[in-house]
Design a protein around this ligand. Structure first.
Ligand SMILES: Cc1ncc(COP(=O)(O)O)c(C=O)c1O
Length: 378
């Protein structure tokens, strides 16, 4: 099987499995217990926290472990909104966010918050000018996705956050689930209040993530109980998951980025040469190096994916980890694709284990299938 769906899920590194297995077998103590088993578990969590903090250049106390990217996004959106309700009820976001940002925002809208969706251009990028224009006296939160999970466009979060901060005290959150591992993340340098990161996208276990949260942020926890994670996220910690996450973070190798990008370029070039009618979505310059989102006009993406799957190739359509819905992607519609073209679009996402041979086999197979679907001679 050739796996080109890294944006949805990544294969676990063997080092990660080793660390997790050891913990699962030996460390069952509750990190909140005062006995030595509990204290040992607690020490492991704090070591994992420090490793992640070092990687993203924040303080260890600024790492709040969560049950994945969805939870960290919900925590940021609902938490900042609730904590700042006395200051205002206006939120700024974009129409190209992941559902785990859009859904809590819709919930807040129903509860009376006013929402501004910034316009995006045909590449899926927002402009600094539109952001500044949208800021109001009662803006309490700005949430803008970093690297887009569908089309790969990477927003200039540093520039956006820096200029927003000159005009508002609103919290600035960015969803970096797809960015970590491909573009170096530096919390201090980005100048934001919160970043969502996700273990499942970097060859760590799924269902673990973190909100990197600036010290002294005004945020209300939405999972309450035993007061773990500095009272910000209650619940007995997922020790094996957290340790696997930290191991995956420390194994990130940014040198691999060039290799991935060049393989993506090879596939893209071959596709465009063979099918000049194909459209490449997303920003061609500021794009995640592993993302290739292509529209094949007139082709039903679902059938194309099934045929690819039958030939042992895994790619995807629509959003990374949606519920298998066949609705046209909101991201593709937001960048101006028609419903029809949105349903003719597939995403290849490469990873550190993708090889040149695999890319060439994918192209050969795709070429054969598409020629058949377009009713052309192979
Ligand atoms: C940009 C982005 N944000 C959030 C998520 C949600 O992550 P999870 O499903 O692991 O909670 C994903 C998953 O694909 C994503 O790509």
């Amino acid at each position: 099987m050739i796996y080109l769906d890294y944006a949805a899920a990544t294969p676990l590194r063997k080092e990660v499995i080793r660390v997790m297995k050891k913990v699962l077998e030996k460390q069952f103590g509750n990190p909140s217990s005062a006995h030595s088993q509990g204290r040992a578990a607690k020490a492991l969590i704090e070591a994992a926290r420090s490793r992640i903090a070092q990687h993203v250049n924040c303080k260890p106390t600024e790492v709040v472990f969560t049950g994945g990217g969805t939870e960290a996004n919900n925590m940021a959106i609902l938490g900042f909104a609730e904590a700042n309700i006395d200051k205002g009820n206006h939120i700024i976001t974009t129409p190209v966010e992941h559902e785990s940002v859009l859904e809590p925002i819709k919930k807040l809208q129903k509860a009376g918050f006013s929402i501004t969706f910034l316009p995006v251009d045909s590449k899926g990028a927002v402009s600094e000018k539109d952001l500044l224009k949208a800021i109001k006296k009662d803006t309490v939160l700005i949430s803008i996705i970093h690297g887009n999970n569908e089309i790969g466009t990477v927003q200039d979060i540093k520039k956006l956050a820096e200029s927003a901060k000159k005009h508002t005290n609103a919290a600035f959150h960015t969803d970096s689930c797809q960015t970590l591992g491909y573009n170096k993340l530096d919390f201090l340098d980005l100048n934001v209040d919160a970043i969502t990161i996700n273990s499942g996208k970097i060859s760590g276990p799924k269902g673990v993530g973190a909100l990197i949260l600036k010290e002294k942020s005004a945020i209300t926890p939405f999972i309450t109980g035993g007061g773990q994670e500095r009272r910000l996220r209650s619940g007995t910690e997922n020790l094996a998951g957290i340790l696997g996450f930290a191991e995956a973070v420390s194994l990130i190798d940014y040198k691999k980025t060039n290799q991935i990008e060049s393989l993506r370029g090879r596939l893209q070039k071959n596709i465009i040469k063979a099918f000049p009618q194909a459209g490449i979505n997303g920003d061609q310059k500021n794009r995640l190096p592993n993302n290739l989102n292509v529209t094949f006009p007139g082709i039903d993406a679902e059938s194309l994916l099934i045929r690819l799957d039958m030939e042992g190739i895994a790619a995807s359509a629509g959003s990374a980890c949606g519920s298998g819905s066949i609705e046209p992607s909101h991201v593709l519609l937001a960048i101006g694709l028609s419903q029809k073209d949105a349903k003719s679009t597939i995403r290849f996402s490469l990873g550190d284990q993708t090889t040149k041979e695999e890319i060439d086999t994918v192209f050969k197979t795709l070429n054969k299938i598409l020629k058949k679907m377009y009713n052309l001679r192979p």
